[in-house]
Design a binder for this molecule. Structure first.
Ligand code: B12
Length: 264
């Protein structure tokens, strides 16, 4: 940001202050002024959002999310390249011993603050089938990390899927019960920890034992999950991120038998 023209830097500082003080009208006015300078406000906003989430600045994150909304930025771009990118930055600091658990929590609160503002703008695309396909989604038992899971849910919902969100720390049996109850098309599991990866094959085994493995597609993901691991545990796919998860499922559903054929 230091290499930006002085006039732009001043406007950014004023915007920071307006965001901190939650002055919505001022944010709108300053956004217009920033646009009038001809600078790439979108690029600045994404950069600001990632840094603000990293620093756990909730009010300012919300304020700059307003800027993103004001300039008409695609809400998914704002989420992935701005807010979630900030979680990656703080994640790297944590791994280098430069940040600690409380900072991770503050950063995630800031991220969710911005995400709440974006929610009304994340319109669902047309349903891909007459009845939306249901995905049972959650983070496996023993693991409370839910940011990635929530990104996957957001992108799936935006692509017309009906998500049954079981939350985090979900016992294997809950995934199976919910798949049956909602006549699910897919089960989506996340985990961020090597210590909880083994919960995923437990769910797959339970689906087999219940005789419903072929009724659902199983997607697994999260930082430690590789495509090799997914294949080894009998999952159908492990797309690398939330956007690829949605596009993979949208494709896969075309070759999958209909709900009535699968569930009777
Ligand atoms: C934020 C964070 C936390 C926050 C979580 C807040 C929340 N609400 O989620 C808090 C502070 C609570 C936390 C707690 C802990 N954490 Co933590 N945490 C992280 C951190 C820094 C970032 C995770 C994150 O949100 N990333 C951003 C999201 C967007 O990425 P993501 O989840 O990977 O999701 C992406 C993809 O993986 C994919 N994806 C995710 N799910 C799925 C599912 C499907 C189906 C698909 C296709 C794709 C997909 O899509 C997303 C991108 O679009 C990571 C480090 C890291 N670099 O990952 C450590 C990390 C995961 N934590 C770790 C640890 C050890 C812990 C604690 C045990 C710490 C402690 N001492 O208490 C506890 C765990 C408590 C528990 N029982 O779960 C370790 C795990 C080590 C390991 N290998 O097992 C990590 C890797 C840090 C480290 N290097 O040590 N943590």
């Amino acid at each position: 940001m230091d290499d930006l023209p002085e006039e732009v830097q001043e406007l950014i500082e004023e915007l920071d202050k307006a965001a901190e003080d939650e002055e919505e009208d001022k944010i709108k006015e300053l956004t217009q002024k920033l646009l009038a300078t001809g600078i790439d406000v979108g690029a600045i906003t994404l950069k600001k959002l990632s840094l603000l989430v990293m620093d756990g600045e909730e009010e300012m994150t919300r304020g700059w999310t307003e800027v993103a909304i004001q300039i008409g930025m695609d809400p998914f771009k704002t989420l992935i390249e701005g807010l979630a990118a900030g979680m990656s930055l703080i994640g790297k600091k944590y791994e280098n011993g430069e940040a600690f658990v409380p900072q991770l929590l503050i950063a995630s609160t800031a991220m969710y603050g911005g995400m709440d503002l974006l929610a009304p703008y994340m319109k669902q695309s047309e349903n891909i089938t007459s009845k939306p396909a249901t995905v049972v989604i959650g983070t496996v038992e023993g693991d409370v990390h839910d940011i990635g899971k929530n990104l996957v849910k957001t992108l799936l919902s935006a692509n017309g899927f009906n998500c049954v969100d079981l939350g985090n720390d979900v016992p294997a049996s809950k995934f199976v019960e919910a798949a049956k109850e909602y006549r699910a098309t897919a089960v989506s599991m996340s985990t961020l920890m090597t210590t909880t990866m083994a919960e995923m094959p437990r769910v797959v085994k339970m689906l087999i034992d219940e005789g419903i493995r072929d009724n659902v597609m199983v997607m697994v993901g999260g930082a430690p999950i590789t495509t090799g691991y997914a294949a080894q545990i009998g999952a159908d796919a492990s797309p690398r991120d939330a956007a690829s998860a949605a596009s993979w499922l949208k494709e896969a559903i075309f070759d999958f038998p209909s709900e009535n054929v699968r569930w009777g």
